[in-house]
Design a protein around this ligand. Structure first.
Ligand code: NAP
Length: 285
């Protein structure tokens, strides 16, 4: 089997490196390939680039991790966000007829009454959420074998990605920089390795449809930041709780969110890990 992965060099892509079954031939692609990376240049907004790479490698499955993930940046640059998160996915579907695995987000919900199951009504608040929901619709109508996995607050020790909350907290506290963290946004933060494992199992078991995956605990960002500080013996006093309103983030956020993941957990016969189990494996204390 051959798999092509887009956006491979972000934080989730890096976790997939160690997870996908070793007898699968994998083509890692991205716009910025690290010096020692063994990948291929691919911008999902460039149809000619996409067509060329897909006809060259002829993959059976395409895993699309490429996205503009900075939620506030998306809000300020809605045209670019739509170009990458929605039109990029349309380009993939127009070029590739095989199975696509698309990563989506709990930001497709409004956060009024989460945590959410798969068929709960979507109602995104932000440009990021809207562009990802539009992408879901394109993916659903493209091929019945396609799989959408929604995740939330993915984290890892990934210095190369600005998407990692863990790195921001650890780096700030190590440098004794006080941080303001929202205490009214609830999610179930998910280690990228945990998500990568699910993607690998879904490939092996040929799962299609739409599923949620999030780790075991539902916590506020503030509580999550404190758990990180405690785990690594960093100064918790530097973490200041703020309400979303006080913090004034550019993009509106779903507050009571998070993803109920029992459905896929049962199918794959797997348990969600706790935050401390994950932190133990990510960085030595
Ligand atoms: N982070 C989260 O909390 C979270 C939560 C739920 C779902 N997700 C989804 O999970 C997926 C992976 O996210 P992540 O956490 O690994 O984020 P990430 O670290 O920001 O990775 C996204 C990757 O996409 C690449 N990319 C952006 N525009 C591209 C384009 N036009 N063509 C090709 N590659 C492009 C980026 O690299 P360059 O900019 O260097 O090209 C980056 O490597 C995304 O679909 C995201 O929406 C993430």
């Amino acid at each position: 089997m051959k798999i092509l992965v887009t956006g491979s060099y972000g934080q989730l892509g890096r976790s997939l490196f160690n997870t996908l079954n070793s007898n699968i031939e994998i083509f890692w692609t991205g716009r910025n390939i690290p010096f020692k990376g063994n990948g291929f240049y691919l911008d999902i907004c460039d149809r000619i680039n996409l067509k060329g790479l897909i006809s060259l490698h002829d993959p059976d499955i395409l895993i699309n991790l490429a996205a503009m993930t900075n939620v506030d940046f998306c809000e300020k640059n809605s045209k670019l966000a739509r170009e990458i998160n929605t039109n990029g996915v349309r380009n993939i579907c127009d070029t590739f007829k095989g199975k696509i695995i698309q990563l989506s987000t709990d930001y497709v919900f409004d956060g009024k009454n989460g945590p959410y199951v798969e068929e709960d009504e979507t109602s995104p608040l932000s440009v990021y959420g809207k562009t990802k929901l539009e992408a879901e619709k394109i993916i659903k109508s493209h091929n019945p074998d396609n799989l959408i996995i929604r995740g939330n607050v993915l984290y890892d020790n990934c210095l190369n990605s600005r998407a990692s909350f863990l790195n921001w907290v650890v780096k700030s506290l190590k440098e004794k920089i006080p941080i303001n963290v929202v205490d009214d946004q609830i999610n179930n933060p998910t280690w990228t390795q945990s998500m990568a494992k699910i993607i690998g199992l879904c490939v092996d078991k040929e799962i299609s449809g739409i599923y949620h995956w999030g780790d075991a605990e539902f916590v506020s960002r503030y509580k999550f930041a404190k758990m990180i500080a405690k785990h690594y013996n960093l100064k918790m006093e530097l973490i200041h709780p703020k309400s979303t309103e006080e913090l004034g983030q550019i993009a509106p956020r779903p507050l009571k969110s998070g993803l109920l993941s029992e459905r896929i957990a049962k199918i794959l016969d797997i348990q969600q890990p706790s935050i401390n189990e994950c932190l133990n494996q990510i960085l030595p204390k």
